[in-house]
Each structure stands twice: as C-alpha cells, then as structure tokens.
Design a protein around this ligand. Structure first.
Ligand code: PLP
Length: 385
C-alpha cells in the first residue's frame, strides 16, 4: 500500500483500540472463555428471528424512513407510557438509531461545540470521551468512589461552569453494575433545573435491573426530561448486539437537531429488523422477563464463586459483575487480565481502562450474559485461582 506523504494530524491521537476488541481478540487466540465483551453467548428468541425473516421475504428490504419506521416509534412510545406513564411523540421525539453508540455519537455531534465542557463519570463507557473530543468539547471527568461508585453531587455542582454544555449519566452503570436512585436523580434535577445544560442519559441496560429495584429513567423527572437525550439499545435487551438497532428519545427541539446529524451519518437504520422489533414489542413480557432472566444468571455466578478469593458486591443492574482481586496478586489489573486469559483461559476487562488516569483498583469486569454452562465453567476456573 502506498504511504500517505502529506502532513496529517490525528483528530484523536490518544485513542487506542478499544479494550473490548483487545480482550476479545486475545480470548479468541488463546481459546479462552470470553467474559470480557458485553454480549450474550446464546441466541435471540426464535420468534424475533422469524419476524425478521418474514419482514425480509415480504419485501421490507429498502431504505426505512429517516427517523425509523413509524410502527416501531409508536411501539416505543407505548412502552414509555406503559412503564413510566410518560409521553413521547413518535412523530417528533423518537428516532431509531444504529445501536445506542450511534445515538450517543449523534446527540453529542448535534450539540457539543468547540470548548464546551461535558461532564462524565469515571469509570465510563468508552465511547463518550472520544466523541466529545472529536467535536472540540472538553471532557470534565468525575472519578466515582472506587468502593461504592456513588456520585458526589456537591462535587458535580462545584464543577459546573458557564462552559458546561452537557452531563452524561449511565444507569444501570457499565462497568460497575450500580444504579442511580430517585435521590440521585432529584439531586441532578436540582443542579440542572435553572441552567441550559443538556443531559445525555445512557439507559441501554434499562431492562436489566435486579432485586426489585425500579429503573430511574430521566424521563420520569420533568426538569430532566425537557433537556435529555435518552439512549437505548435493542441489542442489549433482546440478545442481538450484532443487529445494532437502538433508539433515542428527546424533546422535539432537541430531536430536530439530532435528526439533522442523523440523516447524514446514518440516514436510516436496518429496515427488516425494525419491522420485526415493532411487532415483538407489542408483548411487554418480551422485555419484562429480562430482569428475572439475568438475576438468575447473576445469582448462579455469585453462588458458584462465593468461596473464591475474589471479593465482590452483587451487581444491581447490567450483565456485568466486578470482582476485586486484591487478595490474589499485586499485579496491575491489565497484566492480571492478560495473564488470566493466557494461563487460566478466561477473559475479563480490567477496570483501569475506564478510570480517570488509569486508576487501578484491582478490579476486573466479568460479563454474565452467558449460558449456565459457560457460567459454571467460568466459576470453576475462578474458584481455582
Ligand atoms: C453503557 C453502554 N452504552 C452504550 C452501549 C452501546 O450499545 P449498542 O451496542 O446498542 O451500540 C453499550 C454497549 O456495551 C454500553 O455498555
């Protein structure tokens, strides 16, 4: 391949390959159990797959409308009304996206300008920071308490300035499995209510929440919902992360800006999948049973590793469990994760990569969106470490 000879400055000089790709590739090479990347090792419901097939054979194979097909937007509006009693207009306030990643990217691209400040909480999902930087924004990181991952709202308030454009929250939270409480949301509402600051609320694990906790969507809080982009992922909810279909909810004025960008970076999203999801969402049990389904997996995993040398606090949501290995080794979390993959044949994600300045708290993240058989194999390995 010819070498590019002109001077060229990377727009994202600090961005490495994502840790998920690194660990998944290593897991594959080492033939290790892959509990690193956040995807299930079981199939989506056959009924849903049949609905996609049906949509394809009945000719739903050309461009879908730019904001997504109306029946799917309507089904999402119905779900929001049914679950939370809130109303989103499917015409103007809901857009179907190529997964939550694109929804997050587009919301930031549409609103964050050069030198705007965006507050994020660390450990943070890895797409927020580079996207903010790509559009000239400045990331203001708030490191969460490494023990309980609680947000210090006084600290948040002290970091707000004239330049603050947006705050990004994520509940249930990847990687900690922590959830925001109603009190957290009220504190946030209080901080934002008389400002022009936008909120991006990443709620991709909305339907994976345990111990009878209730998901605190930003949509429930009027002074939040009027300024919030909520991002969601069908891939996480219906076990098909490879289909990359999600959506964004926002008030009309914000959604209009969102769509200006959406129409030029994606234009429209996979059509047959949308047709199938619209039909599948008509049965609330298809998403309501998910909490129990994953709680059983969490409980199985934790009961099997209760005598292992790892320490843990049970995850409250998401399909991730953090395990602290400070009783096992003084190695860095990165080195330990690599060694576990190579020697013990189990892959995880070191938490330092999500932390401010690579803070290493000796914690690894394991994904339990796996068959019971995989979970049992993983637990057996972890008990012998
Ligand atoms: C917190 C969080 N937000 C967003 C995403 C991206 O979701 P999608 O696969 O729908 O793009 C993920 C995926 O792991 C995630 O964990």
């Amino acid at each position: 391949m010819p070498i590019y000879r002109h001077s060229f400055q990377s727009k994202l000089p600090e961005v490495p390959t994502s840790i998920f790709s690194v660990m998944s590739a290593l897991a594959h090479k080492e033939n290790a159990l892959n509990l690193s990347q956040g995807f299930p090792d079981f199939e989506s419901d056959k009924k849903l797959i049949e609905l996609v097939n049906k949509a394809m054979v009945t000719g739903k194979n050309q461009y879908a409308p730019m904001p997504g097909i109306f029946t799917l937007r309507q089904a999402i509006a119905n779900k929001m009304e049914y679950l939370y009693g809130v109303s989103y207009n499917p015409e103007t306030e809901i857009t179907i996206t190529a997964g939550a990643t694109q929804a997050i990217f587009t919301a930031i691209a549409a609103t964050v300008k050069k030198d705007d400040e965006v507050l994020i909480f660390k450990p943070a999902y890895d797409c927020y920071e580079p996207t903010i930087e790509l559009f000239g924004g400045k990331v203001i990181s708030v490191q969460l308490d490494p023990e309980d991952f609680k947000i210090d709202w006084k600290l948040v308030k002290s970091l707000i300035s004239e330049k603050t454009r947006m705050i990004i929250v994520n509940t249930p939270h990847n990687p900690s499995g922590r959830i925001l409480s109603a009190i957290d949301m009220l504190q946030l509402e209080n901080i934002l209510k008389d400002t022009n600051i936008l909120l991006l609320s990443d709620e991709v694990y909305e339907h994976i929440i345990f111990d009878d906790e209730i998901h605190q969507t930003a949509a429930l809080y009027p002074a939040l919902s009027e300024r919030t982009f909520i991002t969601a992922s069908f891939g996480k909810t219906f076990h098909n992360t490879g289909w990359k279909v999600g959506y964004c909810l926002a008030p009309k004025e914000l959604m209009a800006e969102f769509r200006k960008v959406h129409q030029f970076n994606v234009f429209s999203v996979n059509h047959p999948t949308q047709v199938a999801l619209a039909e599948y969402l008509k049965t609330p049990n298809n998403y309501l049973q998910l909490n129990n389904f994953y709680q059983q997996k969490r409980d199985l995993f934790l009961s099997l590793i209760k005598d292992a040398r790892f320490e843990f606090t049970p995850s409250k949501g998401t399909y991730f469990q953090l395990l602290n290995f400070k009783n096992i080794t003084t190695e860095s979390d990165y080195d330990f994760a690599i060694r576990l993959t190579k020697e013990q044949k189990i892959a995880s994600v070191p938490i330092s990569v999500f932390n401010e300045n690579g803070l290493d708290t000796k914690v690894l993240r394991f994904c339990f969106a796996k068959t019971d058989e995989t979970i049992k194999k993983a637990a057996e390995i972890l008990c012998n470490i």
